[in-house]
Design a protein around this ligand. Structure first.
Ligand code: SF4
Length: 203
């Protein structure tokens, strides 16, 4: 049986979908079937909101307030369930809600989504991957070549402009020079920047 909610580090992670339009070179799904205290993060069928709600109602959150919507998949691929679940968690308690995303929600959903996401989440972490479009396409192997990098940056900026705490993230294996180029782009956009170790994987 797969897990919808699990512990990872000092947070509680939500795995609401395995869907994702990308096939990132760094995706942890290619290396492990689970992380944290989860045993299996691959769903046989994608959970709907009723199933996610039931998982919330039976999960022991103890004193942990930090919730991250992450993988194994791209959370904005299950957009309606994502927003409904965030709203439900707001009713349940004083949680800090973070979304980890590839930043392609607008392309995935075919409409602007930054405002609604900013309204429902305290922070959003966007995988930047590379300092330019060609590099981004090569790493993410997304189905929107030439468009995805710009859309990802625009999404990050819009979410920030709607009042959400946003950070752009990269993995250190892209090399110091590219990491610094990414850092400068993040600074220009006015969002936070984080460079993570490859061994931590990506979802
Ligand atoms: S790292 Fe994230 S965006 Fe990339 S393929 Fe994996 S789930 Fe999708």
């Amino acid at each position: 049986m797969s897990e919808i909610i699990y512990h990872f580090g000092d947070g509680i992670y939500f795995n609401i979908t395995n869907a994702c339009p990308c096939k990132c070179v760094f995706c942890i799904r290619d290396r492990a079937k689970a992380v944290g205290d989860a045993k299996n993060l691959f769903h046989e069928t994608q959970p709907d909101f009723a199933q996610i709600k039931a998982a919330v109602d039976t999960f022991d959150f103890k004193d942990c307030r930090n919730i991250v919507f992450c993988g194994y998949g791209e959370p904005t691929c299950a957009y309606d369930a994502l927003i409904k679940t965030a709203a439900y968690l707001r009713q349940k308690g004083d949680f800090h809600l973070r979304l980890n995303t590839n930043g392609l929600s607008d392309l995935i959903n075919g409409r602007p989504t930054a405002k609604e996401i900013a309204q429902h989440f305290d922070s959003v972490s966007v995988s930047m991957n590379a300092p330019d479009s060609d590099g981004f396409d090569a790493i993410t192997r997304n189905p929107y070549p030439k468009k995805a990098f710009g859309a990802m940056l625009q999404f990050a900026k819009e979410v920030k402009d709607f009042g959400c705490d946003v950070r752009l993230s990269v993995v250190d294996v892209i090399g110091e020079e590219k990491v610094e180029q990414c850092r400068k782009i993040a600074e220009k956009l006015g969002v936070r920047f984080v460079c993570r170790g490859y061994d931590k994987g990506r979802t």
